[in-house]
Design a protein around this ligand. Structure first.
Ligand code: ZN
Length: 94
């Protein structure tokens, strides 16, 4: 009666904030637009899943919305402490 665990929980704001990221970056999937924009999500609850925003944002340029927008954490502002694959700092990674 037990379900298998999913591959991983969806990324949420708590997860990305832990890595120092406060903004999402939205990519318009419209080939003739490809607009990108940062979204300040600091006012949203920590347990808001990142994919949820894909259904909320609207492209300011072409008006695309819902699944026409790809939303992901703006890793550019993450603290560059270590590569999460672990170059030498993570024992047992290989
Ligand atoms: Zn667009």
């Amino acid at each position: 009666m037990s379900f298998k665990h999913p591959p991983g929980p969806p990324m949420d704001l708590a997860n990305m904030r832990r890595r120092g990221v406060r903004n999402l970056i939205a990519y318009c999937l419209n080939d003739s637009c490809l607009h990108q924009a940062l979204i300040d999500v600091s006012s949203y609850p920590a347990d808001t899943p990142v994919p949820w925003f894909a259904g909320k944002v609207v492209c300011a340029k072409c008006g695309a919305r819902n699944n026409r927008i790809d939303v992901r954490p703006n890793w550019n502002e993450a603290s560059p402490v270590q590569d999460w694959r672990g170059n030498e700092a993570m024992p047992g990674d290989e």
